[in-house]
Design a protein around this ligand. Structure first.
Ligand SMILES: [Zn+2]
Length: 161
C-alpha cells in the first residue's frame, strides 16, 4: 500500500521533475522531466528526456529516472512523477514494474496512458500545473519538428489542444 498523498507533497515532487525538464530544455532537448520516489518519500532516481542530447529516442524522462534509480527489489509503493502525461512506452514501464502511483504535471499538451494506468489499478494524480503546460506549449511552438518526432507522429498532424 502507498501512503496517502497530499497535494503539497505531490507538488514538491513535481518541482523536482520540473527542475529536470528545465535542465533538458537548457541543453537544447525536449523539456520533459521525471522523478521516481520511494515508498518512504525519498527520491530514488531522476532524469529528463535525452532524445536530442544522446541521439537516443528511448531516453524519455521516465525511463531516465527509472534507470537512475538502479535495481529495486520491488516497485510497490513507489511513485513515478512526470511533468507530462506518459507516452505508451513509459506507461508500459509503469505497468511492467508495478509502480503503484503516477503523478502527472499536465495532460493538456499530450494525453498518453494515464487513464489506462488508472483503469489497471495505478493511483493517478493529474495536477494540471500551468507551469508545466506553459513550458511544453512554448517548446512545441518553437520546435514542432522535435515534438512530432518525439511523440512518433511524423505527419505533422495537430495533437492535443
Ligand atoms: Zn515516454
Amino acid at each position: 500500500m502507498t501512503v496517502p498523498l497530499d497535494e503539497e507533497t505531490a507538488r514538491s515532487w513535481l518541482a523536482l521533475a520540473v527542475e529536470e525538464a528545465r535542465a533538458g530544455r537548457d541543453e537544447g532537448g525536449i523539456p520533459i522531466g521525471a522523478v521516481l520516489v520511494g515508498r518512504d518519500g525519498a527520491v530514488l532516481g531522476r532524469g529528463h528526456n535525452r532524445r536530442v542530447q544522446d541521439g537516443d529516442p528511448s531516453v524519455h524522462g521516465e525511463t531516465a529516472a527509472f534507470r537512475d534509480a538502479g535495481r529495486q527489489r520491488s516497485y510497490r509503493g513507489t511513485t513515478m512523477v512526470t511533468t507530462l502525461s506518459p507516452c505508451w512506452y513509459c506507461s508500459g514501464l509503469v505497468r511492467q514494474f508495478g509502480i503503484s502511483r503516477l503523478v502527472v504535471g499536465e495532460a493538456r499538451t499530450f494525453s498518453g496512458g494515464h487513464d489506462w494506468l488508472a483503469e489497471h489499478g495505478v493511483e493517478v494524480v493529474v495536477l494540471d500545473d500551468p507551469g508545466c503546460a506553459g513550458m511544453m506549449a512554448e517548446f512545441v511552438a518553437a520546435h514542432p519538428d522535435l515534438w512530432f518526432e518525439d511523440i512518433g507522429e511524423d505527419d505533422g498532424a495537430e495533437v492535443g489542444a
